[in-house]
Design a protein around this ligand. Structure first.
Ligand code: GLC
Length: 645
């Protein structure tokens, strides 16, 4: 396997409608992206992937392309893309974009010409037109369903005003499928590829890369699963047909003239051997493997996903890819259970992903821990909502614009409060501005983890070694270096002898220790439970941390956590200023090593972040602590890289 710029790259997916609006129309655009390149650079991004920005009526937010060789004015036109590409290149970042070869927009001149022409004409031969079945061709030619709901066929009205042929669309009726058996289709795609590659684009994410080729005779589907959006359906005649590989070989032959450009396929194919065929050395460079994204927060499932993804890539000597989110699926904090647990699990999974060898893709807002947004019916824009007869809400919940700054929607995303999807008020706590200020934020966590991935040599390796773990645990060593440990269960686990956790937080100066505490406090009179977070500070030779009440406009200091050196480790005590004492006092060697972080002088390097967590149950006299037992691998709400002392 040759090493290339993408072999270990961190790709950042920008959904242009939702990233930043520079012209005040409520929809994000390319100049908006350019204004935030410094942010992406500081995050550690190597390459941007832009969802489609070509000219489009936006029936499927750009996945319905009417002119593949120009940029839609909504996004600022082609000059805006040039500005973005130049600025990104100056900062050392690559720019890749979506390419949509399976279908066009119904507004594409080719399709308009096909509608105007008669059955059997050359114009119709660019798409998949068929006569209907049943008397007078009243029924669709086969039983295929659209991924977005309803039949995959729409009947046209012929020039004589009578109902006529049907055309195939695996997605919306505004997205007619191209006929890849017609050589004109590839010729046009080649023009498109060369047009953008000559202009300085560094590669493409190829949409529905397992689509394009259709099986001879278009046989009926045996199992109809219309409700499944882009799941891996290996037995589905609509996808993964043999002919698709010849198309990829031809696409690759164009890429071979641009050896520094990457082709990344969206490949919803589950079987390892079948998947591996897409990343053979004369097809795609990279294929999105969605197994990790589909895994439950379960150690066996996660390990299975990692092993299978690595096996599938290895079968073709290709680079594995990792992704947990994109514009088509529920955001991770929601998928993993929602609330603080979902958030913690999402962070844990981010570290799993960032520890793995290969190319990593993160989706805008993932680094902020954004959850799905429950949108009212009238706000929904995804064609899935209409096509499914209002039975599936579609993907808008994961496409809500990024909150940048300020205290009220749209949080600096746009100057216009009427944004294409509304941002929820609660996101005031999740803005980039707030998170940059908070060393315990998800953003700080991602930045540190990415920095680590870039700075330690083992993360450029190609292997992982599974280590023995208790049930519910997952432990692996990355290319002979750092060890990743995850506790996906509900109980503490014992760390292997001689291992110590390390933190993803900022590295303190030598000799310093750093920790954070999250304390749930119960005031017995009112039976209220509140969460505090504490930040450590150096205070006259000892360490102290103040805990702040969250979720209020004015932060108030309600508790103090004292951190003191104890036999070379740090012990933490949290003292509530009102009635209840809310701490556990770990002591000596039986302290909680994953909460206790030693400076470099003790031979332990800080790698990844830890929260101390303690709960009291309202109304009970004795509060229960959930500090992990000594030498415990963190619980489901903690996650770590470990390094040997
Ligand atoms: C891909 C895209 C999705 C789009 C579909 C049709 O799966 O990721 O957003 O709707 O293709 O182009």
């Amino acid at each position: 396997m040759t090493t290339t710029w993408w072999s270990h790259a961190l790709f950042y997916q920008v959904y242009p409608r939702s990233f930043r609006d520079s012209d005040g129309d409520g929809v994000g655009d390319l100049d908006g992206v350019t204004t935030k390149l410094d942010y992406l650079k500081a995050l550690g991004v190597d390459a941007i992937w832009l969802n489609p920005v070509m000219v489009s009526p936006m029936a499927d937010n750009g996945y319905d392309v009417a002119d593949p060789r120009d940029v839609d004015p909504l996004f600022g036109g082609i000059e805006a893309l040039d500005r973005l590409t130049d600025a990104a290149h100056r900062l050392g970042m690559k720019v890749t974009m979506d390419l949509v070869p399976n279908h066009t927009s119904s507004q594409h001149p080719w399709f308009q010409a096909a509608l105007a022409a008669s059955p059997g004409s050359d114009q119709r031969e660019r798409y998949i037109f068929r006569d209907g079945s049943g008397p007078g061709g009243i029924h669709p030619p086969n039983n295929w369903v659209s991924i977005f709901g309803g039949p995959a066929w729409t009947r046209v009205v012929e020039a004589d005003g009578n109902p006529g042929q049907w055309y195939l669309h695996l997605f919306d009726a505004e997205q007619p499928d191209l006929n890849w058996e017609n050589p004109e289709v590839f010729d046009d795609l080649e023009k498109t590829l060369r047009f953008w590659l000559e202009r300085g684009i560094d590669g493409f994410r190829i949409d529905v890369a397992h689509g394009m080729a259709k099986p001879p005779g278009l046989p009926d589907m045996e199992v109809i699963r219309a409700e499944v959006l882009l799941a891996d359906m290996d037995d589905d005649p609509r996808f993964n047909n043999e002919g698709v590989h010849e198309i990829h070989r031809r696409i690759r032959s164009v890429f071979n003239d641009y050896p520094d450009a990457v082709a990344i396929g969206e490949v919803w194919v589950y079987d390892n051997e079948q998947f591996s065929r897409y990343v053979r050395d004369d097809e795609l460079h990279l294929g999105f493997n969605f197994r990790l994204l589909r895994a439950k927060f379960d150690a066996v499932d996660i390990r299975g996903a990692i092993e299978n993804s690595m096996t599938a890539a290895a079968m073709a000597d290709a680079v594995p890819t990792w992704t947990l989110a994109n514009h088509d699926v529920d955001r991770e904090p929601t998928r993993y259970g929602g609330g603080p647990v979902g958030q913690a699990r999402a962070r844990a999974m981010a570290l799993v992903m960032l520890a793995l060898p290969g190319a990593v893709f993160i989706y805008n807002g993932e680094e902020l821990g954004l959850p799905n947004v429950e949108l009212p019916d009238e706000a929904l824009r995804d064609p899935v909502w209409e096509r499914s007869g209002h039975t599936r809400r579609g993907r808008d919940a994961c496409r809500v614009p990024v909150p940048w700054e300020g205290d009220t929607p749209p949080f600096g995303f746009s100057d216009n409060t009427d944004t294409w999807l509304p941002l929820p008020r609660e996101w005031a706590e999740l803005t980039v501005e707030k998170q940059l200020d908070d060393p315990d934020s998800t953003l700080a966590f991602y930045r540190r983890a990415i920095e680590l991935r870039h700075s330690r040599p083992e993360f450029s390796g190609a292997v992982i070694e599974w280590l023995e773990s208790p049930a519910d645990g997952l432990t692996f060593r990355v290319s002979g270096g750092a060890v990743y440990a995850l506790n996906a269960g509900a109980r503490s686990m014992v760390l292997p002898e001689g291992w110590s956790t390390a933190s993803c937080r900022r590295t303190p100066p030598p000799g310093w220790c750093s920790t954070s505490a999250s304390v749930r406090v119960c005031t017995q009179t009112r039976r209220q439970s509140r969460t505090f977070s504490a930040r450590s500070q150096r205070h006259d030779g000892a360490h102290s941390a103040r805990a702040y009440r969250r979720g209020e406009e004015q932060t108030r200091t309600l508790a103090t956590a004292r951190l003191a050196q104890h036999q070379g480790r740090v012990a933490a005590t949290a003292v509530h200023r009102t009635k209840a004492r809310v701490d556990a006092q770990p002591g000596g060697q039986r302290a909680h090593p994953h909460d206790l972080i030693r400076g470099d002088s003790a031979g332990v390097q800080l790698l990844c972040g830890v929260r101390l967590r303690q709960e009291t149950h309202c109304g009970q006299r004795e509060h229960t602590t959930h500090w992990d037992a000594d030498a415990g691998i963190p619980r489901a709400d903690g996650n770590h890289f470990l390094i040997q002392q």
